[in-house]
Ligand binder design. Structure first.
Ligand code: NCC
Length: 276
């Protein structure tokens, strides 16, 4: 497969990756029971039009980065899973507009998820690794993690907090583009939360700065900025096609290599500003 130019690749992402949240009109969620749980407003209505946005990876290389102020200067900030703020503001900032969590966290770590104050700020979005190009009905019958009951519990405890379920079609539309633009065969596992979050923000914002997804000079085997755990697979990928995601993001970066090296920063256009 020949690699597309950055401009063409951006057009493919804009036109083929359909970023939507599950709505009450989507079967099998079109029941009166589900109507009580799914948010009434769309994500677009909830966030409004966003200008400059930041996506903060959870990488260990954020430690001692002093990027907090720069990150908080954005109109909106997206974070992942259980990535904390308290005690790390200097490096990762304190604003959280959206938190994207995987279904494993919501299910396996349900008690923490329901209790920890960390999750009560901003808009929550959960995603689940659905079978390849499965219809919503098929996915609903066999999700990777059955997070639906935990989702309902959370909604009952925090009915005012917007909490969306990502339409699972998006991950495979994105995966297809990753595969088409890679020379190697990619295992059919869904993209990481990081890559999904980047594309979600590209649909909502005019411009997206991504921090420490492409590692800076601080690159380390320490998995997360908030833990002492070492594992190179966190940065390079094992289950998720992380290396391919990072190559693609590098290809469409509109910022400088210097910004990557010093700040781990990549700048991407929002899809509104992509003209095909
Ligand atoms: O680690 P995780 O990811 O929560 O990180 C969020 C995103 O940041 C980017 N990242 C992270 C670490 C690193 N050294 N380099 C990076 O680039 C990645 O883009 C990553 O997606 C996930 O994607 O949802 C993941 O979730 C964890 C875990 O489930 C959650 O943290 C909840 O505890 C997965 N780890 C395990 O299952 C052990 C991880 O594989 C993927």
């Amino acid at each position: 497969a020949a690699k597309l130019s950055p401009e063409k690749l951006l057009c493919q992402l804009r036109d083929r990756v359909n970023v939507t949240m599950i709505q009450g009109s989507d079967g099998p969620f079109d029941t009166s029971e589900w109507q009580q749980y799914l948010p009434g407003k769309s994500l677009n209505e909830t966030v409004g039009r966003l200008g400059r946005c930041a996506v903060v990876s959870s990488a260990g290389s954020l430690k001692s980065s002093h990027l907090g102020q720069e990150i908080d200067s954005h109109d909106a900030v997206l974070r992942f899973n259980g990535a904390p703020i308290r005690g790390f503001q200097e490096d990762v900032g304190q604003k959280t507009t959206i938190r994207l969590v995987n279904s494993q966290l919501v299910t396996v770590e349900e008690q923490q998820f329901l209790r920890e104050a960390l999750y009560n700020t901003g808009i929550l979005i959960v995603w689940d690794p659905a079978p390849y190009h499965a219809e919503i009905h098929e996915w609903y019958r066999k999700p990777d993690y059955n997070f639906f009951e935990s989702y309902k519990s959370y909604r009952s405890i925090h009915p005012e907090q917007p909490f969306y379920i990502l339409n699972p079609k998006m991950q495979w539309q994105l995966w297809d583009i990753l595969q088409e633009n890679s020379l190697e065969h990619i295992q059919p596992n869904p993209p990481s939360s990081g890559m999904l979050g980047i594309v979600i923000m590209m649909t909502l914002c005019d411009e997206v700065d991504v921090y420490e997804f492409l590692p800076s000079k601080r690159q380390t085997d320490v998995c997360h900025y908030y833990q002492k755990f070492h594992d190179r697979a966190c940065t390079m990928g094992a289950y998720h096609p992380l290396l391919f995601e990072k190559n693609l993001v590098k290809h469409i970066n509109q910022g400088t290599d210097e910004d990557i090296y010093t700040h781990g920063k990549v700048t991407l256009p929002g899809f509104r500003n992509v003209h095909c």
